[in-house]
Design a protein around this ligand. Structure first.
Ligand code: ATP
Ligand code: MG
Length: 412
């Protein structure tokens, strides 16, 4: 689990702000769901045979002996929340959320045990238009963040549970015949979750898969039509995509549309956002059948992409130095006065003793363009020395004139 240092945290905050503005401009409303849920919510909804449930969850018994899990993903909790609060039946909803997720994975670049996701989840809309809207929205986020050149869309359809089952047995037949060429992990998945083999990064397995039957050939008529319509909507909006039949996502609940947004600029951990349709989920938590579709983006990976471009706005604007006890007390009061009267600007007070020289070093380090200096002489004359830290020019102003002067300087 990683600590976020100030610059990193500022980037995360910036991304979240951009995402919030874009999602709200599409009419999505923010919700909050707990970090802890009952373990069986995830084992049922995400699926027993998935990597997440098999080996990645942080699960423990609480004081009542109930088995709880720190959420490894957001969708299951959102579906539970919607169902329990009567927000789904006969309604159309567009939700979004942000927060930490937890998976016990092998830590590496772009893969952490606590990571941040922003997700969107929509309910009550069965057609491809909402799938398209979600993708347009992602594209707008990449554009606003200035990284759309580095990200592309990979798209697939997983069909219905039935068409997938038909494909699954064909795939298993094919792989059984070529069992010798499979890696150990894939061998195990052949029994538990054969579709996940498509995801394998082992070169020999990938070779085998190149001539395996593809899911696309098994799609039912309705899923096919849905997929064709979605592609047309994307084409009309000039949103480019790759059809990638091996995108099957690591969670059991998807049907029809699935997608991943991928970048080449992060190395192996290149997926920054993944999602798709999950029309059967609401029924699984005891609701009436209700279509759903959504995505989750990983802020950690997006933040890594922005790291070398991001310009911090954390710098102070004004640094107040003071010499002697009365001046220190006055500095605090003056700072309050300035903050109360200026429309914007960061004011940092030197809250410690120190020689003027060392205080001015701190002023430089704070990034401020203006230093205010208050010493005994200034106190007795009711004046403040204003120093422009870029030019080095300084002047004495009476206390009343300072605020006016500062607001002019900050506007420039
Ligand atoms: P991956 O194939 O990279 O393991 P995933 O399919 O497990 O991804 P999802 O469950 O779809 O990931 O989560 C959506 C997004 O959340 C991912 O695309 C990624 O950006 C981010 N994410 C997932 N797991 C982690 C992690 N352990 N650390 C950082 N980000 C993650
Ligand atoms: Mg994963």
């Amino acid at each position: 689990m990683q600590d976020l240092l100030p610059r990193q945290k500022e980037i995360y905050r910036y991304i979240e702000d951009v995402v919030r503005v874009v999602l709200e401009s599409y009419g999505y409303t923010e919700i909050g769901v707990p970090v802890l849920e009952s373990t069986q919510l995830f084992s049922r909804l995400v699926g027993e045979a998935t990597d997440i449930v098999e080996k990645e969850m942080y699960t423990f018994e609480d004081r009542n002996g109930d088995s709880l899990t720190m959420r490894p993903e957001g969708t299951a909790g959102v579906v539970r929340m919607g169902q329990e609060n009567g927000l789904l039946f006969n309604q159309i909803q567009r939700f979004w959320y942000a927060g930490p997720m937890f998976r016990h994975e092998r830590p590496q670049k772009g893969r952490y045990r606590q990571f941040e996701q922003v997700g969107a989840e929509c309910f009550g809309m069965a057609g491809p238009d909402i799938d398209a809207e979600l993708l347009f929205m992602c594209q707008r986020i990449w554009e606003t963040l200035g990284i759309s050149d580095e990200i592309h869309l990979e798209l697939n359809s997983m069909g219905t549970t039935e068409s997938r089952a038909a494909y699954r047995s064909e795939l298993v037949n094919y792989l059984e015949e070529h069992r010798d060429g499979l890696d150990k992990d894939s061998m195990r998945r052949l029994e538990t979750n054969p579709l996940r083999i498509l995801d394998s990064k082992v070169p020999k397995t990938q070779e085998l898969l190149a001539s395996a039957p593809t899911l696309t050939d098994f799609l039912d008529a309705e899923s096919k039509m849905h997929f064709d319509q979605l592609r047309r909507l994307l084409d009309q909006n000039q949103l480019f995509y790759h059809i990638n039949p091996s995108i099957v996502r690591g969670l059991d609940y998807y049907n029809k549309t699935v997608f991943e947004w991928v970048t080449d600029s992060l190395g192996a951990q290149g997926t920054v956002c993944g999602g798709g349709r999950y029309d059967g989920l609401v029924e699984q938590v005891g609701g009436k059948s209700m279509p759903g579709v959504g995505f989750a983006m990983g802020l950690d990976r997006l933040a890594m992409m922005l790291d070398d471009k991001f310009e911090s706005t954390a710098d102070a604007d004004i640094y107040i130095a003071s010499l002697g006890e009365p001046a220190r007390a006055y500095a605090l009061l003056l700072a309050e006065d300035i903050r109360g009267n200026l429309a914007h600007g960061k004011v940092v007070v030197h809250c410690a003793e120190g020689k003027l020289k060392s205080q001015m070093k701190k002023a430089d380090a704070s990034g401020a363009n203006i230093a205010l200096i208050i010493g005994e002489e200034e106190i007795s004359k009711r004046e403040v020395t204003v120093k422009d830290l870029q030019t080095g020019e300084q002047q004495s102003l009476n206390a009343e004139a300072v605020i006016d002067h500062l607001s002019k300087m900050l506007e420039e």
